[in-house]
Ligand binder design. Structure first.
Ligand SMILES: Cc1cc2nc3c(=O)[nH]c(=O)nc-3n(C[C@H](O)[C@H](O)[C@H](O)COP(=O)(O)O)c2cc1C
Ligand SMILES: O=C(O)C(=O)c1ccccc1
Length: 373
């Protein structure tokens, strides 16, 4: 593809899925598989998207809602919309400027960027773009390395920590095994430069601490005063464990189907976690979000916001910073459209009576539809 046709691919994009083709055309097939793939037979990868496909929105008419507003307050900050960018390793695989280009789009859009421990650009470079950034933490055996990462991110102005708890090791990604995938030359974890991280793949897999337990929460509290979220919770039991441990938020996630193949779709797991949390902390969700209506469905099932993963890397590969800006614009416009057409004036008005099918199996009775109203 020529640069001109890429520019028009981005300018002409009307849905999230419009970025995948141009992205794939630009990418080495092995890199594409690394981004697109999941673990095992990719059941969970598919289930995430399918759960949204099976979920229907039940409109309310004549609600007088007016023009919907998307602003949302989460952990004391206002987000322009109840969405953000999920942590993903190496945005530099998608575009040379990597996370810096992504941040140039998320900043003006007013939504947070969760920066991976395996970011391709330094925390300082990313934060200099002044997007609200959160740090995704992989806890290594070497706690000093982990601690140094957190301290650097905190000094750079990052606003929260997101500990990934579904990765005592990386999942079995069959595409990567078949392709014998290695990081291309020039792609490296920019914030992990010490010994042990110079493995040929740069994955530093051997360095993940496989025996983390709940005491890691207290340890993180002892090294940082930033709000702490746990990412990768799928059950009520673990949600209650997280609350007992004193976390500030939960991200319902199955790592985009890249870890345990056979884990439930996140939209299916969401109601259980939301019920257990009972409002005690924000609940965020990622996995399979591909349009504004998906975000509205997640809000209806009790999420405070939903994160986008792979589509952001597609948009970045298709059009760098402008691609991501356009992606976020599209999803926000779709969300406003879905809110207007379901009679929802603001994110907090979305409740379980808004959805049926798929992830919602109970009889829809609701607080917001009292008898006689
Ligand atoms: C290429 C790629 C790299 C990822 N890297 C990380 C990571 O470093 N840390 C992490 O917690 N999750 C990582 N994830 C998982 C995402 O945060 C998120 O859970 C998932 O991608 C959401 O699903 P979606 O891609 O269907 O939107 C990665 C996902 C992808 C696709
Ligand atoms: O977390 C991931 O899904 C992931 O792909 C990854 C890759 C390299 C290093 C760390 C995470």
């Amino acid at each position: 593809m020529t640069l001109d046709s890429l520019a028009s691919a981005v300018a002409g994009a009307l849905t999230v899925d419009d970025f995948a083709g141009p992205a794939r055309a630009r990418m080495d097939p092995g890199v594409w598989d690394f981004l697109a793939g999941g673990a095992g037979q990719e059941r969970t990868l598919r289930a995430n998207v399918e759960a949204f496909e099976r979920t229907w929105l039940r409109p309310r008419v004549l609600t007088g809602a007016g023009l919907p507003v998307t602003e949302t307050r989460i952990l004391g900050r206002t987000w322009a919309a109840p969405m953000g960018v999920a942590p993903m390793a190496y945005h530099t695989l998608a575009a040379p400027e990597g996370e810096v280009a992504t941040a140039r789009a998320t900043g003006p859009a007013g939504v947070p960027l969760v920066v991976s421990t395996f970011a391709g650009r330094t925390f300082e470079d990313i934060a200099a773009v002044a997007s609200p950034c959160w740090l995704q933490v992989y806890c290594f055996r070497d706690r000093k390395t982990t601690r140094r990462l957190i301290e650097r991110a905190e000094s750079a102005g990052f606003e929260a920590l997101v500990l990934t708890v579904d990765a005592p090791r990386l999942g079995r990604r069959l595409r990567d095994l078949r392709n014998d995938f290695r990081l291309p030359a020039g792609i490296a974890p920019a914030n992990l430069t010490g010994d042990g991280f110079a493995s040929p793949t740069g994955h530093a897999l051997a360095e993940f601490d496989p025996s983390l337990d709940w005491s890691v929460v207290a340890w993180l509290r002892s090294v940082s005063s930033l709000p702490l979220l746990l990412k990768g919770i799928l059950t009520a039991r673990d949600a209650l464990g997280a609350l007992d441990a004193g976390v500030d938020g939960i991200v319902v996630s199955n790592h985009g189907g890249r870890q345990l193949d056979g884990a439930p779709a996140t939209l299916e797991a969401l109601p259980e976690v939301v019920a257990a949390v009972a409002g005690a902390c924000p609940v965020l969700v990622d996995g399979g979000v591909r349009r504004g209506a998906d975000i509205l469905a997640a809000l209806a099932l009790g999420a405070d916001a939903a994160f986008l993963g792979r589509p952001v890397l597609h948009a970045l590969a298709a059009g760098e910073e402008r691609g991501v800006a356009r992606l976020l614009r599209i999803v926000t416009d779709e969300l406003v459209d879905a809110m207007a057409l379901t009679g929802i004036g603001s994110p907090r008005e979305a409740g379980p009576d808004l959805v049926h099918g798929g992830a919602f199996r109970r009889t829809p009775v609701s607080r917001s539809e009292p008898e006689g109203e």
